[in-house]
Design a protein around this ligand. Structure first.
Ligand code: UD1
Ligand code: CA
Length: 475
C-alpha cells in the first residue's frame, strides 16, 4: 500500500490521504469474559467486523487495528489490507492511539480514529465526520450526539459561544457536567502531524489513571488549532458495547435492521420481533418466515419457501419452494420443493434432493436422500444413501454404529421399506426392493427382492380362557 505525500493545501482537502486507526485492544473488563470484547458476536459476526466494514467504505489508504499483546484471535479475523498494531500495555485509549500511529510512520494527511466497540457505526456517519472535518478546515474533529441517557459516555463541554471546549469523562465529571446530554461517540479525525506532536504529551491524571484520547481535544485547542464537533443524529451509532447488557441491546437493533432489509427485499416476515437473522443470511423473494425462527450462520433460503414457525437453521442451504416447519437444521442442504418437519433434526453433511421429505420426529445425519424420496415418520437415518423415489417406512433405523466405527447403509431407487425396519450397517438394499415390517436387515437385499428378517408369528389358541382357568385353580 502506498502513502501519498500530501502537497495539497486545505483548498484541495478532498485529495488529502486518509488513514483509519481502529482501537480494539481494550480489555472489555465489564464484559466479564475470556473472549476479547471485539470478538463477541452481534448477529453472528464479531462486532469489530462491522466497524471495519464502515471504515472500509471510506477506502482509506491505510487501515490499522490496535490489538492487545495476547489477541492473536483478533488479528486472525482482520481482512486483507488491514494491519494489526500491538499495544503492549493497556494504558488507555490515548496509548492505544500511540500504538496505532507507529505503523503509519510519517504519514501526512487525515487520521480517523474509531472506537472498535461501536458495531452500529456506518459509512454515512463516518463520511459525514470526514466531510465536516474538511469543511471546517479543522485539525481535530470529534463526533457527538445528544443522547437521551448519556450514562457513562464522555460529556462534550462547550464554551459560551458554543465552540468545542473539551471532553470530560463521566467518571471525572462534576455534577453539572454529568447533566450535559451531548456525548462523545469515540470517532475522531486528526491531522497526522499534529497528532504525533500531541500524543506524547498525554498524562494519566484522571480517575482511571489512563491516557485518554479525549484529552487530545484540549491539546489541540490550547495550541490554537481549530477543533470541531460533528453533531450526528445517529444515536444507534453512539452505542458502545461495554457489557453483555449493551451487547444484547446492540444485537437487537442490528437484528431489526437485517429483518427489515429482508422485508424490503420481498420476504414476508410474520413476526419481526421473534425472527432472528444473522448478518449475511439471504432469503429469496416471496418466501415466508413464520414466527420464532432463527436463520443463522451462512444460511441461504431460496424463493417461495416457507420457514417456521419455530425453526433453527445454521449454515443451511434451502432451495426454492421448500417448506421447513418446527425443525432444527445444521450444515445441510434442502433441495427444491422439499418438506422438512414438523420436529425434524437434520444434521451436518445431509443432502435432501429435490422433492425429498424428512418428516415428523426424524433425525438424519450425513446422508443423502434422493429425489422424491421420503422419510416421513419417527426414523433415524445416519451415514446412508437413499436413491430416488424411495419410501422409508415409519420407525426405520439405520444401525450405523457398531460401538467402534460408523458404517454406511445404501438403499436404491424406488425402494419401499416396512415400518420398524432396522438396517444393520454396512448393508445394501437394491433398486425396487422391499423390506417386511419389523425386519432386522443384516444382509444385502438384491434388486426387486423382499427382505424379511423376523420370526414367524405363532398364535396360542384360547390363551385368555386358559389364563382364567389357571387363576381360579391357583386361588
Ligand atoms: C470512550 C471515550 C468516551 C466515549 C466512549 C464512547 C475515552 C477515554 N473515552 O469511553 O469519551 O463517550 O468511548 O463509546 O476514550 N482501548 C484500547 N486500549 C486501551 C484502552 C481502550 O485499545 O488501553 C480501546 C477500546 O478497545 C475501545 C476504545 O479504546 O475500543 C475506548 O475504550 P473504552 O474503555 O471502551 O472507553 P469508554 O469508557 O467506553
Ligand atoms: Ca467503550
Amino acid at each position: 500500500m502506498t502513502t501519498r505525500k500530501s502537497t495539497a493545501g486545505r483548498s484541495d482537502a478532498a485529495a488529502r490521504p486518509l488513514a483509519v486507526i481502529v482501537l480494539a485492544a481494550g480489555l472489555g473488563t465489564r464484559m466479564k469474559s475470556d473472549l476479547p470484547k471485539v470478538l463477541h458476536h452481534v448477529c453472528g459476526r464479531p462486532l469489530l467486523a462491522y466497524v471495519l466494514d464502515a471504515a472500509r467504505t471510506l477506502t482509506p489508504e491505510r487501515l490499522v487495528v490496535v490489538i492487545g499483546p495476547d489477541q492473536g484471535a483478533v488479528a486472525a479475523i482482520l481482512p486483507d489490507g488491514c494491519q494489526p498494531a500491538v499495544q503492549a500495555e493497556r494504558r488507555g485509549s490515548g496509548d492505544a492511539l500511540r500504538a496505532g500511529l507507529e505503523p503509519l510512520g510519517d504519514f501526512e494527511g487525515d487520521v480517523m480514529v474509531l472506537n472498535g466497540d461501536h458495531p452500529l457505526v456506518n459509512g454515512e456517519v463516518l463520511a459525514g465526520l470526514l466531510v465536516h472535518h474538511r469543511d471546517c478546515t479543522a485539525r481535530a474533529t470529534i463526533t457527538t450526539v445528544v443522547h437521551p441517557d448519556p450514562g457513562h459516555y464522555g460529556r462534550v463541554v462547550r464554551a459560551r459561544d458554543g465552540d468545542l471546549a473539551g471532553i470530560v469523562e463521566a467518571r471525572d465529571a462534576s455534577p453539572d457536567e454529568l447533566g450535559i446530554g451531548e456525548i462523545n461517540l469515540g470517532f475522531y479525525v486528526f491531522d497526522a502531524a499534529e497528532l504525533r506532536r500531541f500524543v506524547p504529551t498525554l498524562r494519566a491524571d484522571n480517575a482511571q489513571s489512563e491516557l485518554y484520547i479525549t484529552d487530545l481535544v484540549h491539546r489541540f485547542i490550547e495550541a490554537g488549532d481549530r477543533a470541531a464537533a460533528f453533531l450526528t443524529a445517529d444515536v444507534a451509532a453512539s452505542m458502545g458495547v461495554n457489557s453483555r447488557v449493551e451487547l444484547a441491546e446492540v444485537d437487537a437493533i442490528m437484528r431489526a435492521r437485517l429483518v427489515r432489509q429482508l422485508m424490503l427485499d420481498g420476504v414476508t416476515i410474520e413476526d419481526p420481533a421473534t425472527t432472528y437473522v444473522d448478518w449475511g443470511v439471504t432469503v429469496g423473494r416471496d418466501s415466508l418466515i413464520r414466527p420464532q425462527t432463527m436463520l443463522t450462520g451462512a444460511t441461504r433460503v431460496g424463493e417461495r419457501c416457507t420457514i417456521g414457525p419455530g425453526c433453527f437453521l445454521r449454515d443451511v442451504t434451502v432451495d426454492d419452494e421448500a417448506t421447513v416447519v418446527t425443525s432444527h437444521l445444521l450444515e445441510c442442504a434442502v433441495g427444491k420443493g422439499c418438506s422438512v418437519g414438523p420436529f425434524a433434526y437434520v444434521r451436518p453433511r445431509t443432502e435432501l434432493a429435490e422433492g425429498a421429505k424428512a418428516g415428523t420426529f426424524v433425525e438424519i445425519k450425513a446422508s443423502r436422500i434422493g429425489r422424491g424420496s421420503k422419510v416421513p415418520h419417527l426414523s433415524y437415518v445416519g451415514d446412508a444413501t437413499v436413491g430416488d423415489d424411495s419410501n422409508i417406512g415409519a420407525g426405520n433405523i439405520t444401525a450405523n454404529y457398531d460401538g467402534e466405527r460408523k458404517h454406511p447403509t445404501v438403499i436404491g431407487d424406488n425402494v419401499k421399506t416396512g415400518s420398524d425396519t432396522v438396517f444393520v450397517a454396512p448393508v445394501t438394499v437394491g433398486d425396487d426392493a422391499w423390506t417386511a415390517a419389523g425386519s432386522v436387515i443384516t444382509r444385502d437385499i438384491p434388486d426387486g427382492a423382499l427382505g424379511v428378517a423376523r420370526s414367524r408369528q405363532a398364535n396360542v389358541e384360547d390363551y385368555a380362557e386358559r389364563r382364567r382357568l389357571r387363576k381360579r385353580r391357583d386361588g
